[in-house]
Design a protein around this ligand. Structure first.
Ligand SMILES: [Zn+2]
Length: 230
């Protein structure tokens, strides 16, 4: 392998990112560095033992820098939708903690918030995150009287996220493995070994354990899919 290629730990320093963030992009994303050993498959177990064999070209550094510091930080969305954003900037504040596969849903949420704006009522997104495999948007608003269309918008996005791969945006479903995540078939490996609940519970809010200890699906939906325009 060429001496000009850069070891992965140095690549993380040059990019200015966490070493594990770089590993996650290789593992989950669609980018591969030029110096990837031919027999190393990041979708297989134990590939992490060989991390020090991975090398980056200068072009890889730029591609991964953009992926980590721009695309996965939703920089385009933050610029394009600044008018409906009101991120908390205090200590421990959060912004957009979710994968790039839901970027389309972020834009749909932003468009929906723009439609709802009134001179005396300006609900704004203050953070959004993945939780229990779905997208949960938090919008600043204290007017309970006018909150209904806002709640419906947030729930529509949440339900769509349960059908959309958080990594790549392709159609997906909730996976139960070592953690919960909504993925397409191609990214299902991300959650590791699947649990009994996988394929049975497609929304982590809609189930309970029956008296016989078996999973029961319950309908806690305030609105049907049709009412939400799904
Ligand atoms: Zn995917």
């Amino acid at each position: 392998m060429s001496d000009k290629l850069i070891p992965i730990r140095d690549a993380a320093d040059i990019i200015g990112c966490d070493f594990y963030a770089l590993i996650r992009v290789i593992e989950y994303g669609d980018l591969m560095p030029a110096g990837m050993p031919a027999d190393l498959d990041p979708r297989k177990k134990f590939w992490s033992r060989h991390l020090d064999d991975i090398r980056f070209s200068p072009e890889d550094i730029e591609r991964f820098r953009y992926e980590i510091n721009h695309r996965r930080k939703h920089v385009d969305f933050i610029q394009d939708y600044a008018d409906i954003l009101d991120f908390d900037t205090g200590p421990g504040s959060r912004t957009l903690e979710q994968g790039p596969g839901w970027d389309r849903l972020l834009c749909e949420l932003g468009d929906g918030l723009r439609v709802l704006q009134r001179p005396d009522w300006r609900p704004k997104l203050y953070f959004s995150k993945e939780k229990f495999g779905c997208m949960q948007a938090h919008v600043s608003d204290f007017d309970r009287e006018r909150r209904l269309p806002l709640d419906m918008l947030i729930e529509r996005i949440r339900r769509k996220s349960l059908r959309t791969c958080e990594e790549c945006g392709e159609p997906g479903r909730l996976r139960w493995g070592s953690f919960l995540k909504t993925t397409c078939d191609r990214h299902a490996f991300v959650v590791g070994t699947l649990r009994e609940e996988d394929g049975k519970i497609l929304d982590a809010r809609m189930w309970r354990l029956g008296e016989d200890g078996k999973i029961e699906i319950v309908n806690r939906k305030r609105w049907s899919d049709e009412e939400l325009g799904l």
